[in-house]
Write a protein that binds this ligand. Structure first.
Ligand code: MLT
Length: 404
């Protein structure tokens, strides 16, 4: 008789955004007259930019002609896309990354969940707390997280790095040396980030301790401050200690299109083996590549027209971030983030838990957000709103919150 992967049985509840989806779905069913504004999951609302749509149309036409038809994509992704990534995301910022260190994928969510397959089962994993739940859940599924304590909301084998108001949401080096450190900067969920000098300290720490940093840069396009790094490879020594994951979801609206990439430098040697070699082996075995049409869409992200259109789209969302940030402040909330990221992180009012505030906001204002506790125990007492709604909905949501 089949025995299942027991680790799945340890996972409490469902994936955070599935739980929220179900709760909101039930409320909507019971209250069909209510107009619900969704500022929960970080899903984009603006249409794909014209330059990208044009490239997709062209690629669709190519697929309909024998001479320009494309079957399986090359293992690492098409060169036209990997070269564009290297030119614009790395060379332009003085980072030494070559096209054969880029692995094109269907997005940073899958990459951030899959990357842990490269590590031994007893590797010690450090995560920020609160954290994007995929890093934790994927390590639980692999049997690396130990047991869950319902009281503390913590896994016995994970190393937690609290990021709270008191430390300006900046993770501190853990007391116990980890093998792998997940960093998401600008941060999901807190919407905060750290200056390049601080990131350099993390790179030095990882190199000193033989640790690997998984650097999730999904929100890089939202950086506005000069002293914030756009890539971890802007730091000296990152090629020997960091894998960078990037997404086209938030900078180009590809949440429903699916495209991302991982950078695995060739210098990454651990346990006498190259992680680049291991990831190439895994990619070749388990993945047949993002579709040609989508990779052409990705290439158009870097075209002059694509870049100009996406700059406007990012500015559109950041205007929402400002509306939320300032609107909440005016209403007396304590607010963070929203300057280098499309997320606003607020303290829940009074002594409300983050799930209580979720229910309160849903029922009294018909606005959906994300409870901080869903991202980890140190997220309790906080709440996340996303700037990815439409401008009109964002303003309407804030007016409702202010009227509470
Ligand atoms: C979020 O809301 O945290 C993100 O949209 C989730 C994701 O990117 O998978």
């Amino acid at each position: 008789m089949l025995k299942v992967n027991d680790n799945y049985k340890k996972l409490p509840g469902s994936y955070l955004f599935s739980t929220i989806g179900k709760k909101v779905g039930a409320y909507a069913k019971e209250n069909p007259d209510k107009e619900i504004i969704r500022l929960g999951i970080g899903d984009v609302t603006q249409p794909i930019a014209g330059a990208i749509i044009e490239a997709m149309h062209q690629a669709v036409d190519e697929m309909g002609q024998a001479e320009t038809f494309h079957g399986y994509a090359p293992d690492l992704g098409y060169e036209f896309l990997r070269n564009a990534i290297v030119e614009h995301d790395y060379k332009a910022r003085g980072c030494d990354i070559s096209a054969d260190e880029i692995f094109v994928s269907d997005g940073a969510k899958s990459d951030s969940a899959n990357i842990q397959e490269l590590f031994a089962k007893d590797s010690r994993i450090a995560v920020c707390d609160p954290v994007y739940p995929v890093y934790v859940d994927s390590n639980v599924m692999a049997g690396r997280a130990g047991t869950y304590d319902e009281k503390t909301g913590m896994w016995s084998n994970l190393i937690y790095m609290p990021c709270v108001m008191e430390n300006d949401f900046v993770p501190e080096f853990p007391g116990e040396t980890p093998d792998v450190i997940y960093l998401c900067l600008p941060n999901n969920p807190t919407g905060t980030t750290i200056p390049k000098a601080k990131l350099q300290e993390w790179v030095d720490y990882a190199n000193r301790n033989g640790a690997l940093i998984i650097y999730d840069g999904a929100y890089e396009a939202y950086i506005s401050r000069e002293d914030v790094a756009h890539s971890i490879y802007e730091c000296d020594g990152a090629r020997t200690c960091a894998i960078e994951l990037k997404s086209f979801s938030k900078n180009a609206g590809f949440t429903g299109v699916r495209l991302g990439y991982a950078v695995v430098p060739k210098e990454l040697m651990f346990d006498n083996i190259s992680l680049h070699h291991m990831w190439a082996r895994r990619h070749g075995t388990k993945y047949n590549g993002a579709p040609y049409i989508i990779q052409r869409a990705g290439e158009a992200v870097y075209s002059p027209a694509g870049k100009a259109q996406l700059k406007e789209q990012v500015a559109y969302y950041m205007r929402n971030a400002k509306v939320i940030y300032e609107g909440l402040k005016e209403a007396g909330y304590t607010v963070f983030g929203g300057v280098d990221a499309p997320y606003i992180w607020l303290k829940t009012p009074g002594k409300m838990t983050s799930w209580e505030f979720f229910d309160f906001l849903l029922e009294k204002a018909n606005v959906v957000g994300t409870p901080g506790a869903g991202f980890g125990p140190s997220g309790e007492g906080y709440f996340r709103l996303t700037a990815f709604g439409s401008y009109e909905n964002t303003r309407a949501a804030l007016a409702r919150i202010q009227a509470l």
